[in-house]
Design a protein around this ligand. Sequence first.
Ligand SMILES: N[C@@H](CCC(=O)N[C@@H](CS)C(=O)NCC(=O)O)C(=O)O
Length: 218
Amino acid sequence: MLKLYGFPVSNYFNMVKLALLEKDIPFEEVKVYPNQSEEYLEISPMGKVPCLVTDQGPLTETSAILDYIEESQPGVPLYPQQAFARAKVRELIHEMELYIELPARRCFAEVFFGGKVSVETRQEVEAALEKGVACLKRRALFAPYVSGEEFGYADIFFLHSVELANQVSKKLFQKDLLEGMPGASELMERLAQRPLAQKVTADLHAGMEEFAKIRSAK
Ligand SMILES: N[C@@H](CCC(=O)N[C@@H](CS)C(=O)NCC(=O)O)C(=O)O
């Protein structure tokens, strides 16, 4: 059986978990926090989560894991069948991760963990988010899903990646990143209400206290 290593507060872990749940693939969750132990680096060389252990060996990097799941497992397709359409979804996933989530992540310490980031960092992040969001606005269809008529991986990234970036933007810059993107906020609400997304969120809330303790012990 597939084993998914990580912890339920990690948005990347939750993207893989949601994909497995949506496809109704049996898997075992193995609780691990990012760490640099020799044992964990054997399966996740950056010490990050998630890591999916398959019968052929471990896999890391969420988008690689999602590709593997799509290509090797049964269940509802989460990428379009046609090669170009599939590549366009991958393109959009990378854009959301690289140009929206990763800049916003530089401010997670302040927004979610009571830390402080410098004025320069804030300014850089605000400018980067503006570009990233302009890119999303050009690319996404919201018809009604991010890439068209079917729910898929772009929606999973939108829900678990862009949503966190939007929390950063609202708190630090008083800007809703989804404003001016017709259908985007409505989709975010609809995605959050999907039963399996709600299960992932419930597990996230249940794991929050332990995660906060682990973080504050560092
Ligand atoms: N590019 C990685 C990012 C994963 C990632 O950053 N995970 C976070 C938890 S949400 C982590 O392990 N952070 C610890 C660290 O960066 O050392 C992926 O796509 O899986």
